[in-house]
Design a protein around this ligand. Structure first.
Ligand SMILES: NC(=O)c1ccc[n+]([C@@H]2O[C@H](COP(=O)([O-])OP(=O)(O)OC[C@H]3O[C@@H](n4cnc5c(N)ncnc54)[C@H](OP(=O)(O)O)[C@@H]3O)[C@@H](O)[C@H]2O)c1
Length: 327
């Protein structure tokens, strides 16, 4: 008995196209279900990437930065940590709970002139910096029309210019040693604009532009750049957000943040993205954030129409939030 095959080159090609189409549909469906972009979601933290490295984390006294320190310590791979923020006390309390070598270098990211000395001290602590986590930051909960220009300046300084300056200060050493990794905490607010966050969104969008360009310049030196874009994460970010003047903080909960992603999960994804050298990582605190992010990037026209249609509702919610809570 002879077996006959009816496959022709044309049928094989159609089959291949159909299989590729099904795979693409499957990936799209999965992307709409999981809590991060697919590359980040499917990555696992490669411990060896951090073996014996010196890691500088800004914004380490709270939230995402504190959790980055904890999870790096737990890797138990000989990491040395330089912890920075304005407040020494919570940094000391954190350092006491860690088993790795730590150094504390306090800094005010709003004081750009002081950062030369801050970076000098951070480098001196263990002789070099291999990883810089530019993470310290401040958000806003205020309407642009009501907000003093000093708030825009402060947010751009802390959330953007300090990242640019600290990076310039550690980069020469990284280039000389032919290894380094700059990690920036941007935000999904750096991919799409939402009410109450004009200055914040501007800084977070600009991080991506600046550091995407830098990535291309420094790749030849084996220096890498990862921009991380979390959505809502359960931290103090809303309570610490600025309002209409640079000395007023929001001081209250924002339910999107309180119902957002747990900080432990955010940092799991964060370290998976960094250790796999993923250029840009997205994390979603809710299904709405996921849908809006994909629409904003892949269907910007539709996104703008939809959000403009929703603008009256968003503005009413924003007015309620600011009138109830501004301190
Ligand atoms: N939580 C979210 O939903 C979310 C989403 C996307 C992106 N992010 C970003 O994640 C980063 C960390 O925020 P978080 O959520 O962990 O909020 P957080 O709990 O308020 O922590 C903010 C950190 O930044 C430090 N910081 C603020 N202003 C500073 C300054 N002028 N100089 C030095 N350090 C300063 C704070 O320390 P000191 O007060 O001790 O100075 C603190 O350690 C920020 O860049 C934020 O924009 C957060």
């Amino acid at each position: 008995m002879s077996l006959q095959t009816t496959a022709t080159p044309g049928k094989v090609a159609v089959g291949a196209v159909a299989a590729a189409g099904l795979l693409a549909v499957g990936r799209c469906a999965l992307a709409l279900l999981v809590d991060a972009d697919l590359s980040t979601w499917s990555a696992r933290c490669r411990k060896s990437y951090f073996q014996d490295k010196v890691v500088w984390i800004t914004g380490a006294s709270s939230g995402i930065g504190e959790e980055i320190a904890r999870q790096l310590d737990q890797l138990d791979v000989g990491i040395k940590l330089v912890l920075s923020s304005r407040r020494r006390e919570p940094l000391e309390a954190l350092a006491k709970t860690l088993t790795c070598d730590t150094a504390i270098v306090t800094c005010d990211l709003n004081d750009l002139d002081s950062l030369d000395k801050v970076a000098e001290d951070a480098i001196a602590a263990f002789g070099r910096i291999d990883f810089l986590f530019n993470n310290g930051g401040v958000s806003t909960r205020c309407f642009a029309e009501d907000t003093d220009f000093s708030v825009d300046v402060k947010v751009m300084t802390v959330d953007l210019l300090s990242y640019v300056k600290l990076t310039k200060l550690v980069l020469p050493g990284m280039i000389e040693r032919k290894f380094g990794h700059i990690v920036n905490t941007s935000s999904l607010a750096g991919k799409l604009g939402m009410p109450l966050r004009t200055a914040y969104s501007a800084a977070k969008f600009a991080i991506i532009g600046h550091f995407d360009a830098l990535r291309l310049e420094v790749a030849q030196h084996n220096v890498h750049v990862t921009n991380v874009c979390p959505g809502s994460v359960q931290t103090e970010v809303a309570r610490n957000a600025l309002t209409t003047t640079a000395d007023k903080t929001f001081g209250a909960a924002d339910k999107n943040i309180d119902n957002g992603m747990r900080v432990e999960r955010c940092v799991n994804l964060f370290l998976a993205a960094v250790s796999n050298n993923i250029a840009e990582a997205w994390m979603f605190g809710s299904s709405k954030e996921r849908l809006f992010s994909y629409l904003a990037v892949y269907m910007p026209g539709t996104f703008r129409k939809l959000t403009l249609m929703q603008a009256p509702k968003l503005m009413a919610q924003a007015r309620k939030l600011t009138s109830e809570h501004t301190t």
